[in-house]
Ligand binder design. Structure first.
Ligand code: GDP
Length: 307
């Protein structure tokens, strides 16, 4: 990240990684969707710039908010939040800039305490953790909130205390303003346009990419990417042509699979998901191209939208 992607972008640019954690059912997905501004959270498994899975992004003014997944908090079963996960959690949170710890306003139970305990590990002690007291709209006795928030202060020195409702747009906007302060001044990691309006082209490349990495397991190196060559709309039909760009012939074989089976699956799963997301019929053509050494070619990477 040596220079901003666009010379005329607002400056100074800020950009940072944000993790949203909390026990199941506190409203994490609702909050993420509200922050990202769209109902889907795209999962691109092998994100280029971090070892996180990017679950969503939003660029507002000069600031790019990048939301990442945190393995260890994904589970729906709180019993899995045990000591064994400690390492994973610490590793996954180690390089995020700020953590949003979500609880239900006015409540703090054993499961919340388990998550908080993970955040209080030695390695994370300097990490800013913001307490998001969500579902404020569901709190009937507002007068109880102040003593409850004081009680939370005793549990942890949170960087901020944010009582809010993920379902209130004004609250979500306010949260952006609060989180922004914790993101470092540095060039954006992603192209603004691709992420703010989640262009359908971008969506298509992310979906194919996600299937590609999921169906090939860990065999493929990070440098493989997906480029949309063609995106045409004809009424309710989308004609999409995409190239999976790999570095070596051996990788090409992995992507294609025996008798072309794997590529076929990547294609059909991508098509089905895209049809759902776009609400249109999709005709998807996939190509596998070998472009040796392109991963070293910075200009080329740039043109693919990665840095
Ligand atoms: P997660 O398991 O933490 O991801 O929680 P979800 O986002 O799935 O939300 C769990 C439930 O809480 C859902 O029924 C949401 O509609 C609800 N919910 C989320 N945020 C709010 C909020 O701000 N207010 C109210 N009243 N309900 C919410």
């Amino acid at each position: 990240m040596n220079s901003p992607i666009e010379a005329d972008a607002p400056s100074p640019q800020r950009c940072g990684l944000i993790a949203i954690v909390g026990r199941p059912n506190v409203g994490k997905s609702t909050l993420l969707n509200a922050l990202v501004g769209q109902k889907i959270s795209i999962t691109s498994r092998k994100a280029q710039t971090t070892r996180h899975r990017i679950t969503g992004m939003r660029t507002l003014g000069a600031t790019q908010f990048v939301f990442v997944d945190t393995p260890g908090f994904q589970t729906q079963r709180s019993s899995a939040l045990n000591r064994n996960l400690n390492k994973t959690v610490v590793a996954s949170l180690g390089d995020v800039d700020v953590v949003l710890f979500v609880v239900e306003a006015g409540r703090f139970g054993l499961d919340d305490a388990k998550v908080l305990a993970l955040l209080q590990g030695e390695h994370l002690k300097d990490k800013p953790v913001l307490l998001v007291a969500n579902k404020l709209d569901a709190v009937k006795r507002r007068n109880d909130m102040l003593p409850w928030l004081r009680g939370m202060q005793d549990r942890h020195a949170f960087a901020e205390y944010v009582p809010m409702s993920s379902k209130r747009e004004a609250d979500v906007q306010r949260l952006f303003g609060i989180v922004e302060k914790y993101l470092p001044e540095q060039p954006w990691l992603y192209d603004e346009e691709a992420l703010t309006d989640r262009s359908d082209r971008f969506l298509a490349s992310e979906i194919v990419r996600e299937k590609l990495f999921r169906l090939t397991g860990d065999e493929l190196p990070y440098s493989c990417t997906v480029v949309i060559d063609k995106y045409e709309e004809e009424g309710n039909l989308r004609r999409i042509g995409a190239s999976i760009v790999v570095e070596r012939d051996a990788h090409k074989g992995m992507v294609i699979g025996e008798g072309g089976e794997r590529l076929k699956r990547i294609g059909s799963e991508s098509r089905q998901e895209l049809e759902k997301l776009l609400g249109a019929k999709v005709f998807l053509e996939l190509w596998v191209k070998v472009r040796s050494g392109w991963a070293d070619d910075e200009a080329h990477l740039r043109s693919y939208g990665y840095e």
